[in-house]
Design a protein around this ligand. Structure first.
Ligand SMILES: *Cc1c(COP(=O)(O)O)cnc(C)c1O
Length: 343
């Protein structure tokens, strides 16, 4: 029986959305990795959300479809957002602004754990400037949301119409992009004739995880969504994911309750801090690259894939399980982390 997605589709259609993807991103099986004896006969698939076409691609474009819909409906002429120097969300907001002919202001904050030249000046920040964004680099200790509020006041005084996006684009509206992605995955699973036991994602600002979970909940699909937290601790990320998933469901179907037991966050891969490299991350990025020719980033995808590898090697899944890993993009981050990959 194919999934019934009518409820989800109808609910999503009530929100303004600007198409930024060319169509569904591919789902591919990792042929070589899935044959490694240590992976215990599991079938590992990837959802190629790194292949979204604009601005170097990545998961933020799905959120930006709904955020841009919201911004244009509000008459915005300037997009404002913030993040770290290597924020993929900031980069893709700048790309979308360029494509739409909007102004863009990015407020970028330094990292607590990386301050080398590549981190500060390579990777995403190179691209932000190419897309024509105005960049405000904050010194340590200045709160980006406070700075953003001041910038917004100033822009309004100048007669502009700024629209502010939260960290990672993970407002409830932005997270609808991943509820839509859940529908897309379930349709592809129907076409492939398989059921995914688990969908694995990195969990940063939790919009990707929350959107997917709200989507599969509404479609009544029994797929587990597991998020590896890379930013907050397991406990904090779990609480945030409960809250966000509830908010997304509220937008889509207020009568649908969230079973709290369906929130699965694993904090084992975060390491000492957000953005701090771990041995397991380095091994996971190298394995995917050397065995499959695929690129994951050191901050999100590398850590989440390391978690999936550890679980599969441990024997958490019976042979024949179909496991889907969402590749969320972030390729520019590899260049920012050159020193971590040296040697
Ligand atoms: C932002 C980001 C994530 C995490 O998504 P959230 O919705 O913030 O949890 C994962 N991977 C990449 C490459 C990202 O840029």
């Amino acid at each position: 029986m194919p999934h019934d997605l009518s409820h989800l589709d109808a609910a999503l259609a009530t929100y303004p959305r600007v198409a930024l993807l060319e169509g569904p991103t591919p789902i591919q099986k990792l042929q070589r990795l899935s044959r490694l004896p240590e992976l215990n006969g599991c079938n590992i698939y990837v959802k190629r959300d790194d292949l979204t076409g604009l601005g170097g691609g990545g998961n933020k474009l799905r959120k930006l479809e709904f955020l841009l819909g919201e911004a244009l409906a509000a008459g915005a002429d300037t997009l404002v957002t913030w993040g770290g120097f290597q924020s993929n969300h900031a980069r893709l907001t700048a790309a979308v602004a360029a494509q739409q002919g909007l102004a863009c202001e990015l407020i970028l904050t330094p990292s607590a754990v990386r301050s080398d030249d590549d981190f500060c000046h390579n990777g995403n920040v190179v691209l932000d400037a190419l897309f024509g964004a105005s960049i405000h680099r904050l010194p340590r200790g200045v709160a980006p949301d406070t700075f953003a509020a001041e910038r917004v006041d100033r822009l309004k005084q100048q007669g502009r119409k700024p629209f502010v996006m939260p960290l990672g684009g993970s407002s409830p509206r932005g997270s609808l992009g991943y509820a839509a992605c859940a529908g897309e995955i379930l349709r592809q699973a129907d076409t492939l004739g398989i059921r995914f036991e688990q969908i694995t994602v990195p969990n940063g600002s939790a919009g990707t995880h929350s959107g997917l979970l709200a989507g599969v909940t509404l479609a009544q699909a029994p797929t587990t969504i597991l998020g590896y937290s890379v930013l907050a601790t397991e406990e904090q990320a779990s609480a945030l994911t409960v809250e966000k998933t509830g908010q997304v469901l509220q937008l889509l179907s207020p009568s649908t309750a969230l079973a709290e037991a369906s929130i699965k966050v694993d904090g084992s891969q975060r390491g000492e801090a957000y953005g701090a490299p771990t041995e397991a991350m380095l091994e996971a990025v190298r394995l995917l690259a050397s065995q499959e020719g695929l690129l994951t980033d050191p901050v999100y995808g590398g850590k989440a894939f390391a978690g999936l590898l550890a679980a599969v090697r441990r024997g958490d899944f019976p042979a024949g399980s179909n496991l889907l890993f969402v590749m969320t993009g972030g390729l520019p981050g590899i260049f920012a982390y050159r020193s971590a990959f040296d040697g």
